[in-house]
Design a protein around this ligand. Structure first.
Ligand code: GLU
Length: 302
């Protein structure tokens, strides 16, 4: 049986891009009579207060979404992340990193674009004495040591994706120096614990996937099927961003109902050929991944 999920980070109000992701994840599961889960990714607690998480759940219900189990909250899953981290550490795969943000990104510039900064390995070979000395000055982040190995997978929409862990991604953070667990570890531990075998999410996360597949392997879990969906652009072809407040649900709900919003998204992603109100249920019979393009989707004028 397919188990899919929607995993929003409630650091603001839901945005059209999140809603498209929720819609496609839900439709894929419902069209296969699978199990659909909701996970609130509030691992970064300071940025994701309860108020926003509860608002997110109300918004999803207003749009017509349902899920088959009680929502999982990442802030309640710390013990599971700790256990995964301990296993990796016991296997000798982690090390403490004392680099500050300023040291890591001295010249982080706008032209960094989509590429991720590869950690240069500054703290990878500290001696126990150096670690003891530095630990007295500041608490370290914990990184996973990655091998010079290529991880490949086939994404349902984006096709074959390959990444060399050492060259393209570098040793990455499992726990931040402030004690909060990193996104990669949390996602992997949660998807594995809930038996998720289909991950639908934005194409902006595509480059994190090889890292997650590697982590899953280290922790002894199979990789799910991945579908990285295209990003939305406005009617002029400009990528939507969280800063476009007029496209979050706070603003949209003032002028549109749930059927109008779902109908707009169904047209943007190719499930309907014109903008007309629709419910999620009504879209189930029409749903097929073969109808969803891989490239950016332009919102129709509305
Ligand atoms: N929490 C992430 C987001 O809101 C999604 C993570 C995932 O689906 O794996 O962008």
């Amino acid at each position: 049986m397919v188990t899919g999920r929607f995993a929003p980070t409630p650091s603001g109000r839901l945005h059209l891009g999140n809603m498209l992701c929720a819609m496609l994840a839900w439709l894929s599961v419902r069209s296969q009579n699978g199990r659909f889960l909701l996970r609130i990714e509030d691992v970064d607690r300071p940025r994701c207060p309860d108020r926003l998480a509860e608002q997110c759940i109300r918004d999803l219900q207003w749009l017509g979404f349902d899920w088959d189990e009680a929502p999982v909250y990442q802030h309640e899953r710390t013990a599971a992340y700790e256990e995964a981290l301990q296993r990796l550490t016991a296997a000798g795969l982690t090390y403490p990193c004392f680099c500050t943000r300023a040291e890591l990104h001295p010249e982080q510039a706008p032209n960094l674009g989509d590429t991720q900064a590869v950690y240069p390995g500054t703290c990878a070979r500290l001696t126990p004495a150096e670690i003891a000395l530095r630990s007295r000055q500041r608490s370290p982040a914990i990184r996973l040591r990655v091998p010079d190995r290529t991880v490949a997978f086939t994404d349902r929409l984006q096709g074959r994706v390959e990444e060399n862990l050492a060259r393209d991604c570098g040793d990455f953070v499992l726990r931040r120096s402030d004690g909060l667990f990193g996104y990669q570890l949390a996602v992997v531990a949660d998807d594995a614990a809930s038996g998720v075998n289909e991950v639908v999410r934005g194409r902006d996360i595509l480059s994190a996937t090889p890292r997650q597949i590697y982590l899953l392997e280290l922790l002894g879990h199979p990789a799910p099927a991945y579908v990285h969906i295209p990003l939305l652009t406005d009617p002029l072809g400009r990528r939507l961003a969280k800063r476009d407040r007029d496209l979050d649900l706070d603003a949209l709900a003032r002028r549109m109902g749930p059927r109008e919003i779902i109908g707009l998204l169904a047209c943007a992603c190719g499930l309907r050929d014109r903008v007309a109100p629709a419910s999620l249920e009504e879209l189930v019979p029409d749903f097929s991944w073969a109808r969803i393009p891989a490239e950016d989707l332009r919102l129709p004028a509305f």
